[in-house]
Write a new protein. Structure first.
Length: 576
């Protein structure tokens, strides 16, 4: 690697294992913000400095400081919390944040709107619930996801167990978190190996994401992740080992073709006892080989593109001290959640609720999702499980409690079902909190889905499951480039439309039309729905139809993502 290290590398190096001047910055009451370098470091502690973008114009006019607050993200491997923990999170949301809980696309919760004066109290309240936010963001291995609902089968339980062990094994060891947020005594920094045996002083070149999947459900979107373990089962249904997938990622920048989303490659197969060693080797190869000069080129996906999968695999095997076996066959059928009640192997029941874009709040005069789930938590003796599709599972419900849960749901507007399109829809947060948003997402997608539902119904497609995902910018937080319909913010009320992602999340989409407003999105999709209704083959998915009929070119891999779709796409790219 040549070139100057990026600014973040110098910040990490000088931070004394993520301490920086966070303690001093938190004590400064003259501003609601913290220093610029500390803004980078605080991410490793699980939070971002943000400001309310709805209020920006007015505050600028009045020459006021921006309306600063923090987003706080929890680290919850596999997304599992107890009812007691749920109640504490609900309390924090109402006492210290903006009165909402946000389920994320990575099986955890975010608080928005925590002002600096409440930050430490929030962190201490999280600690009191035996939870933490360490490594929920930052250049480290982040929250590890597991196929939702471990009680459905022994394989799901094994996936959850692996997710927890991976999370523990790859967790930063710095005492800074305890010192800053929980008033721990400062421990004198020892040798590098002692403080951070896996990461060292400068951690990873960039964020790193790990998941554990259990086919046939790809509900963790394994192909969008840096590292994925895919369960391979024996005849009795137990995990025989894991296929290891590496090098997936979504983020890109408009107009910069050197940046692109990429689906992960399945690199090999490992035995259960080798999984942690394989994960550690993948992380340390990326630590040593990743690009620390250019953050737009620093994810594992680019390391693998640069060095080649064969060289990467050989280096992982060298560090593990053992060869990976060749990948075993596997098949996914979808990347969504299975809504409604299912009975687990233990005779208890699990209910997957549909939560639109993951936002839990009480709408005045409308659905009371936050209160409804609080009431369920008050009577529930199982757990809650977040899904990577921004939904929640009420898990391990005794059969005799089902009626009580359903009664609370009915009273508060909680539902397990929505239309086929809506239950396969996902939007990132975007405005007003996300500093990178170019367009609305969470606040807009529900309206677009309503308009598209009407068009689908008109073509007799109301019951067809089609995945649709929207993000307010090209970073891809709702994984739009592996949806059948992907909409990516370009500017206020303008979106690029991507089509052709596979229903099971295994194939990337292709840019189909640019700079569309609401009416043009509907007008562009409507004839495609009509053609699908008229020409589809039995059982054919929308995206597969678009590709078979030549309307969209299939994207083979990340480097092919920006390749032109050919003449068919050209007319749709012209402005309205
Ligand atoms: Fe994300 C940055 C929200 C999942 C790719 N993401 C952000 C920030 C923190 C904006 C920022 O940097 O200032 C967003 C905060 C918004 C807010 O107000 O809350 C944000 N990302 C989210 C969440 C909350 C979206 C959601 O609606 O659920 C998800 C939180 C996940 C979690 O609990 O950890 C979220 N982000 C993802 C995913 C999906 C995934 O991991 O499966 C991706 C695509 C996968 C990937 O990483 O490639 C993703 N987020 C990004 C990127 C682009 C990374 C890249 O390689 O280019 C950024 C920007 C960056 O890192 O520079 C980003
Ligand atoms: Fe923000 Fe962009 Fe992520 Fe949406 S995709 S939350 S707009 S960074």
């Amino acid at each position: 690697m040549t070139g100057q290290l990026s600014r973040n590398e110098r910040i990490k190096e000088a931070s004394a294992y993520l301490r920086g001047t966070l303690k001093e910055g938190l004590a400064r009451t003259a501003t609601g913000a913290i220093g610029e370098d500390d803004q980078q470091l605080v991410k490793f502690h699980g939070m971002y400095l943000q400001d309310d973008r709805d209020l920006r114009p007015e505050r600028t006019r009045k020459k006021m400081e921006k309306a600063f607050s923090f987003m706080v993200r929890l680290r919850i491997p596999g997304g599992v919390v107890t009812p007691a923990q749920w109640l504490q999170l609900d309390r924090i949301a109402r006492d210290y944040a903006n009165g909402t809980l946000r389920l994320t696309t990575r099986q955890t919760f975010q608080f928005h709107g925590v002002i600096k004066a409440n930050l430490k109290r929030t962190m201490q309240a999280i600690d009191a619930a035996l939870l933490d936010t360490l490594a929920a963001c930052g250049d480290v291995n982040r929250n590890v996801l597991a196929a939702a609902n471990p009680h459905r089968s022994r394989a799901h339980a094994a996936a959850y167990d692996l997710a927890k062990r991976l999370s523990d094994h790859l967790l930063p060891r710095t005492p800074a978190y305890r010192e800053i947020w929980l008033d721990g005594e400062r421990i004198a920094g020892g040798e590098e190996e002692v403080v951070e045996p896996i990461y060292g002083r400068t951690y990873l070149p960039r964020k790193f994401k790990t998941v554990v999947a259990v086919p046939p459900d790809n509900d963790v979107d394994v192909f969008a992740q840096d590292l994925g373990f895919i369960a391979v089962l024996d005849e009795a249904g137990d995990v025989e080992g894991w296929n290891v997938a590496v090098g997936g990622g979504m983020g890109m920048t408009h107009g910069e073709p050197d940046t692109y989303p990429r689906t992960a490659d399945v690199m090999g197969f490992c035995r259960p006892e080798d999984a942690l060693a394989v994960a550690e080797a993948v992380v340390t190869v990326q630590r040593d080989w990743g690009d620390r000069t250019n953050r737009k080129h620093a994810r594992l996906k680019y390391t693998i593109e640069n060095r080649g999968l064969a060289a990467f695999r050989a280096e992982v095997e060298r560090r593990v001290g053992r060869r990976l076996e060749e990948p075993r066959p596997f098949a996914f059928t979808g990347n969504g959640d299975r809504y409604g009640w299912v009975e687990g192997e233990n005779g208890r029941w699990h209910l997957t609720l549909f939560i639109e874009n993951g936002r839990l709040r009480d709408v005045p005069g409308g659905a009371q999702l936050l209160t409804g789930l609080r009431r369920i938590a008050q009577i529930h003796d199982g757990e809650f499980r977040c899904t990577a599709n921004q939904n929640v599972i009420i898990a391990n419900v005794r059969p005799e409690r089902r009626a009580a849960v359903e009664a609370i749901m009915a009273e508060h507007g909680l539902a397990a079902y929505a239309s086929a399109l809506r239950r396969n829809a996902m939007a990132c947060v975007a405005l007003p909190t996300c500093g990178l948003a170019l367009a609305e997402s969470e606040r807009y997608l529900p309206h677009l889905v309503t308009a598209l539902e009407q068009r689908l119904a008109a073509h007799g497609l109301a019951e067809d499951e089609i995945t649709i995902r929207m993000t307010g910018c090209p970073n891809g937080c709702a994984r739009p480039y592996i949806a059948e319909i992907g909409l990516v913010g370009k500017g206020p009320d303008r979106y690029n439309l991507y089509l052709g992602g596979a229903f099971d999340g295994s194939r990337l989409s292709k840019l189909y039309a640019e700079d569309l407003d609401h009416d043009r999105i509907v007008a562009t999709l409507d004839p495609l729905f009509a053609a699908f209704a008229g020409e589809r083959r039995a059982g054919e998915r929308f995206s597969d139809f678009l590709i078979r009929s030549g309307r969209v070119a299939a994207t083979a891999n990340g480097r092919d993502f920006h390749a032109d779709t050919g003449p068919l796409a050209a007319p749709t790219r012209e402005p309205a």
